[in-house]
Write a protein that binds this ligand. Structure first.
Ligand code: DGL
Length: 288
């Protein structure tokens, strides 16, 4: 394959199982306004949180390879589930600079005063050895209450971030944490920052919400600098309209367009893309 050589001008690839990575994209655009971005939502196969490990690895690798083929100079796996499950494999296979995301256990351990913190994440993230190691490394003196966020990714994927049913679902997850004395809630899935207002409507000021998207954007900046790949703003930056991102979805793209407009104020033209992978070429998966 004849790929463009990575340079400051080539784009950053950001990928998530679906729309959640838009919360990371928002932080990356704020931190690195000169960067071009290609975003892939694998919405056809979301949520990943209930998939088997091999399926997640299969999709993560295929999408990262696809982004590299589009000329991406660096990749952000903007999905806790895919990072927990597959980032080691991607690092092994691809030489492109890579940034993953993981639940903010370390910041939670630094800020919690009650020494009780809740973590909302997908079942795959919570049962991963990466997550267990994170807790052991940073939260030895913290009581960590892990709650799988069943149904939350699905809600965000259909652009529901505030319905009464969703608020009740969230209440069932966070009220027991409050009752147990938690003063901090880790949003361990990139879809969940879009539920910020719904969570606030339940917990008020009683909990600090930990979202790592700004830290991820800063980490990406460091990685780009290390590789001499950071794009520079034009001299008259104030005149620049902001570099538009290229949005791609493996589904029909309608929800990606809606969420980008509603939550990020971006009028996105969404390309529907096909990114085959060995598992999705299997007859059973293909028929889905
Ligand atoms: N945004 C993904 C994450 O951070 C959601 C995973 C899923 O599709 O279940 O884990």
């Amino acid at each position: 394959m004849n790929l463009p050589a990575p340079s400051c001008a080539t784009p950053i690839g950001i990928f998530d199982s679906g729309l959640g990575g838009l919360s990371v994209l928002r932080a990356v655009r704020a931190q690195l306004p000169a960067e071009r971005i290609v975003y892939v939502a694998d919405s056809r196969y979301a949520p990943y949180g209930q998939r088997d490990d091999d399926f997640i690895a299969d999709r993560t690798l295929a999408i990262c390879e696809w982004l590299v083929a589009q000329g991406a100079k660096a990749l952000v796996v903007a999905c806790n589930t895919a990072t927990a499950q597959s980032i080691a494999l991607v690092r092994e296979r691809l030489s492109v600079p890579l940034v993953g995301v993981e639940p903010g256990i370390k910041p939670a351990a630094l800020i919690s005063k009650s020494r009780v913190a809740g973590v909302l994440a997908t079942p795959v993230t919570l049962r991963s050895t990466r997550f267990q190691a994170l807790v052991e490394r940073h939260a030895a003196d913290l009581r960590v209450l892990c709650q799988p966020g069943h149904g939350l990714v699905e809600a965000v994927e259909r652009c529901d971030v505030s319905s009464p049913a969703l608020v009740e679902l969230l209440r069932g997850y966070v009220q027991p944490m409050l009752d147990a004395g938690a003063d901090t809630l880790v949003l361990g899935c990139t879809h969940y920052p879009f539920l910020d207002a719904a969570i606030r409507s339940i917990v008020g000021e009683r909990m600090m919400l930990v979202d790592t998207s700004v830290a991820i954007a800063r980490q990406l900046e460091r990685v780009l600098d290390q590789h001499g790949l950071r794009a520079q703003l034009a001299a008259d930056a104030s005149a620049a309209p902001g570099t538009p991102a290229r949005f791609c979805s493996t589904s029909d793209g309608a929800h990606l367009r809606t969420l980008a407009a509603a939550l990020l104020g971006i009028e996105a033209q969404v390309e529907c893309v096909s990114i085959p992978s060995p598992r999705t070429l299997e007859p059973a998966a293909n028929a889905a």
